[in-house]
Design a protein around this ligand. Structure first.
Ligand code: ADP
Ligand code: ZN
Ligand code: ZN
Length: 706
């Protein structure tokens, strides 16, 4: 066989009759590898930009996207380019998608290929062309029969009230603007229960009626199955696909293809959905736009909210950002007239807002003398919970700490349950009697005696949700108590099962972390209590007050949704703190004004643009030295208006025996920061190759906190 082949004339495509096409292909090479945005390949025919294909890379075959395609005169001197392995039978990714990816990669300082390929479903890498062809031909699951096309509106919507009509009119006006006309992003500022979701549904209907696709972003899809249900009830499930990390690779591929091919008209997803291929995108909706979950904490660390706004602007379509407590960035943009503010200050049908009560812990009698630990729940609050129970109403108790107790302590020698690998305490979990580190995952049985002095009397200090639920059950023996947090909802379906119990009234008191504060429409909950919000008040994170205010107002929105009499109790040592005072008045605007003033004085976002360079190292000095060298290299660029700060340890300085460091770059101007980062990154790459102790590093543009 080999002989017969060697006698064949060499077949090349470089003869004049069949030109070689040179392709620039985006493939997943990390920026750290130092490769430029795309690699060159050759093919025997022209391929459209956006075409998906497989190409050889090293010894593997990888997924790629054609970024450019040129006819090329064969150059006998140049080494031959590798040929494309397989062209995938899918329509090319359109120019809008490619423009979004180019912007995102540039803005977040990532390689084009890294950013582009991270936006594609993993299933695309394995699927055979035949499988893809079948997928494309077969409509997504749950399709209606072709004979009976479902009407767009499957459930009749309620008539909108005046505020809703105004908001909808703004969306409608933008939908009908001519191509290229400016469309300022719309900020739908509506209190909980003001009917924001109803506005989304109507807005989506308008866009769908114009033949467009609608992208709906939600912070955490697991917490908002209701939203999917409401869209499905209105438009029929067959119009909708979801995109989130809870899908299997096969489901995600199927949903992605449905969006890419235009079969799915409504795409409802978490932050990853903002980069979906949507060839007929006509409207973008972002629910709870302030939510921190929109910011990715790994990969390119992009903000899906910011990319949504950018994507809408690039595509020339309206974007509606909804929240009861907008991010200070969006609020600032609205104040400056860059965003259009649409206010819905009243609840639907004049339902009263819940009453907020501050419970001054300092005023409460202490358990036994001064210095004794505070009771976790003040007696008046406990009485109120019991009264609600007797009336058949539910109470929701929030504690932002899971486990039984955050630390174990030996009274004899002052030993504490530290983690040997991290600069953190290990948390006592009573249900399986373990000490667990929430940072590195180290889990060990609770020691019977103090490991240092042998004392048998080691005691939990403080309290997490597990202990709180136990104590409530002790104090209110009649109450049916349920705990929902990351520990009790690990098993598939357990969260849904727990939520179902709340909805059907088979529990009286729900204890949980902020997981239960968001979004849920609990009809029977009439009392919400935040038990230790002060811990967030004293956080070093500059966004902590904004987060706390949003969380508490959001939690308040869970109280009394079905009628009047909703109450929110806040236990605090600082009842006169301006944050709690604004909360008492449910005065988001006042709170935002005060926060913005503080941010302006401190030179923090939105009055400054920030980037963090993070580095982890095996030894304590490695990351610090690398970042110090990077800061010096930044300084040496000699750019005006840039500040390069020295490295500081991450708030949790050591995790899993790796030291974590970060350094801050700051500028008053976003564009100046972007220019500086572009000039700086090659230096950072060069220094990273020199500093071998650095295990990993990443730049984080617009970090969530510093
Ligand atoms: P939000 O998203 O602002 O919390 P929702 O859109 O969920 O508010 O509305 C709260 C409740 O009021 C929902 O049960 C919704 O069905 C109902 N609702 C919304 N708009 C109207 C309306 N115009 N007329 C009657 N009920 C409405
Ligand atoms: Zn001891
Ligand atoms: Zn640890």
């Amino acid at each position: 066989m080999e002989n017969s082949q060697s006698n064949q004339p060499l077949v090349t495509y470089s003869s004049s009759s069949a030109p070689v096409w040179q392709l620039r292909v985006a493939v997943a090479t990390p920026q750290h590898a130092g490769l430029a945005g795309a690699l060159d390949y050759q093919h025997h025919e022209a391929l459209a930009p956006g075409q998906l294909l497989r190409v050889p890379l090293g010894r593997r075959e990888v997924l790629g996207v054609v970024w450019a395609c040129d006819a090329r005169e064969p150059d006998p001197e140049a080494p031959a380019l590798k040929p494309v392995s397989t062209v995938l039978p899918l329509p090319p990714l359109d120019a809008g998608w490619r423009a979004l990816i180019e912007f995102g990669a540039g803005y977040y300082q990532r390689g084009l290929g890294e950013f582009a390929l991270a936006a594609l479903p993993i299933g695309l890498q394995q699927a055979t062309p035949e499988q893809l062809q079948r997928r494309l031909a077969r409509p997504p699951a749950k399709r209606r029969s072709a004979a009976a096309p479902a009407p767009i509106a499957a459930v009749a919507p309620p008539p909108l009230n005046a505020a809703q009509q105004q908001a909808l009119a703004a969306v409608a006006a933008q939908l009908d603007l001519p191509q290229g006309a400016p469309r300022p992003p719309m900020l739908l500022w509506g209190v909980t229960g003001s009917g924001k979701t109803e506005v989304y549904l109507h807005a989506a209907e308008l866009a769908l009626a114009r033949g467009a696709q609608v992208l709906v972003l939600v912070p955490e899809i697991n917490l908002t199955p209701q939203l999917e249900a409401r869209f499905a009830a209105r438009f029929g499930a067959e119009q909708i696909v979801t995109l989130h990390s809870g899908l299997s690779p096969a489901q995600r591929l199927r949903h992605w293809i449905a969006a890419h091919s235009g079969q799915a008209r409504l795409v409802l997803g978490t932050r990853l959905a903002v980069l979906a291929s949507l060839p007929r995108l006509g409207l973008v909706l972002v629910d709870e736009e302030h939510d921190a979950s929109f910011k990715a904490q790994d990969g390119a660390r992009q903000s899906a909210r910011d990319l949504a706004v950018l994507r809408a602007a690039q595509a020339g379509v309206p974007v509606l950002l909804g929240s009861a407590t907008p991010s200070l960035e969006s609020w600032h943009n609205a104040n400056a007239g860059r965003y259009l503010r649409l206010a819905m200050p009243e609840r639907i049908n004049d339902a009263p807002m819940p009453r907020i009560r501050l419970l001054d812990l300092a005023q409460l009698p202490r358990k036994s003398g001064p210095g004794a630990p505070q009771p976790p729940i003040a007696q008046p609050l406990l009485d109120a919970i019991e009264q609600r129970r007797l009336r058949g109403e539910q109470s929701l108790l929030l504690l932002n700490r899971r486990g039984y107790a955050p630390v174990l302590h030996c009274g004899a020698c002052a030993w504490k349950s530290g983690c040997p690998n991290c600069s953190a305490w290990r948390v006592f979990h009573k249900s399986d009697r373990t000490l667990r580190c929430h940072h590195c995952g180290l889990s060990e049985p609770v020691p019977r005696r103090c490991p240092d002095c042998g004392n048998a009397d080691i005691a939990p200090v403080g309290r997490g949700t597990e202990r709180l639920a136990e104590q409530i059950a002790d104090w209110l023996p009649e109450a049916r108590v349920l705990r929902l947090d990351a520990d009790t909802t690990k098993a598939v379906g357990s969260l849904e099962a727990g939520l179902a119990q709340v909805h059907d009234g088979s529990i009286d008191v729900l204890v949980g972390t902020q997981m239960i504060a968001k979004g849920h429409d609990f009809r029977r909950v009439s009392l919400v209590a935040a038990l230790n919000p002060d811990t967030m008040l004293y956080s070093s994170d500059f966004r902590a007050p904004e987060r706390l205010f949003a969380l508490l107002l959001q939690a308040a929105g869970r109280a009394g949704r079905a009628g009047g009499g909703g109450e929110v109790w806040i236990q605090t040592d600082q009842p006169r703190h301006p944050l709690f005072q604004a909360l008492l008045r449910q005065d988001y605007a006042g709170f935002a004004a005060q926060q913005l003033e503080e941010r302006e004085m401190a030179g923090l976002p939105p009055y400054a643009s920030l980037a963090l360079l993070r580095a982890d190292s095996r030894d304590e000095a490695g990351g610090r030295d690398f970042l110090a060298a990077c800061a010096a290299a930044g300084e040496a660029l000699g750019l005006d208006g840039l500040s390069w700060y020295p490295p500081v340890p991450h708030p949790i300085a050591k995790v899993a025996n790796q030291w974590r460091w970060q350094m801050l770059v700051e500028s008053a101007q976003r564009a100046a920061l972007q220019r500086a980062l572009r000039a700086w990154m090659p230096e950072v790459l060069r220094l990273a190759r020199q500093h071998r102790q650095v295990l990993r590093w990443a730049v984080d543009v617009d970090p969530a906190g510093i």
